[in-house]
Design a protein around this ligand. Structure first.
Ligand code: GRF
Length: 226
């Protein structure tokens, strides 16, 4: 059973999906602490309801990002966290933070910080991925769980899910469709890590024993000419 430190700034539906998966015994993990940089974030209430320890480390007005992150590292270490999960955490983590949770021999080259992004990386990194997708007119959207490196949403990809973009989609409608998949993907990725099934080789993440999809090309709109 690995110990998770979840970092969240917002409502925390991804945190909820992780908490539910832990409570149901679907993943070999427990949330050791929920840390938020935003006092009053919805995620804090969700953690409290689940009986998970919470810590607020307010980031507003803090100029020294590295000192802030080192404080977070202290908090996470105090809770003996094995894996840090960014779940709607609206800050870029510093290299000092990433060094503190770098790869260990027992993590087979895997860093110990993961993130979920509401876009099919490398398309639409950064903020408002769903809006970027709708405005671009892309036909597919999705989400990505990836290891975190020093770039913005650039770390090695663990798993992705695809959803179609429908003609009348607004940013909000598309975000809801993507979020449903986020809630499936994040617990799954954590479980693979917990089971020791992930390893990183360069940019590629290997998921030992994972099934891949049979080759079934999909198009949106559907191809009609047979
Ligand atoms: C999700 O879309 C996640 O991918 C992004 O921020 C949103 C957080 O939602 N990084 P929630 O707080 O987990 O509900």
């Amino acid at each position: 059973m690995i110990r998770l430190g979840v970092l969240a700034s917002g409502g925390g539906t991804n945190l909820q999906a992780i908490l539910d998966a832990c409570a149901a015994g679907r993943i070999a993990a427990q949330v050791a602490v929920l840390v938020s940089n935003v006092p009053g974030a919805g995620a804090l209430e969700r953690a409290r309801r689940a009986g998970v320890p919470t810590e607020v480390v307010p980031s507003k007005g803090v100029a020294d990002r590295e000192a802030y992150d080192l404080r977070l590292v202290e908090v996470l270490r105090a809770h003996r966290v094995d894996l840090v999960c960014l779940a709607g955490y609206m800050r870029i983590v510093t290299p000092a933070f990433l060094r503190a949770f770098g790869p260990l021999p027992e993590t087979r080259g895997c860093p110990r910080v993961v993130n979920i992004h509401p876009g099919l990386l490398p398309s639409f990194p950064g903020l408002h991925a769903q809006r970027q997708c709708v405005e671009y007119g892309a036909r597919f959207a999705g989400c990505t769980v990836h290891f975190v490196d020093e770039g913005t949403d650039t770390g090695p990809v663990i798993v992705q899910a695809v959803v179609p973009v429908e003609p009348d989609d607004t940013e909000e409608i598309l975000a809801r469709r993507i979020l449903e998949q986020e809630h499936r993907l994040y617990p799954q990725a954590i479980h693979w890590f917990a089971e020791g099934r992930l390893s990183v080789q360069g940019r590629r993440v290997v998921v030992a024993g994972a099934r891949t999809l049979p080759p079934a090309p999909i198009a949106n709109p559907a191809v009609e000419i047979g």
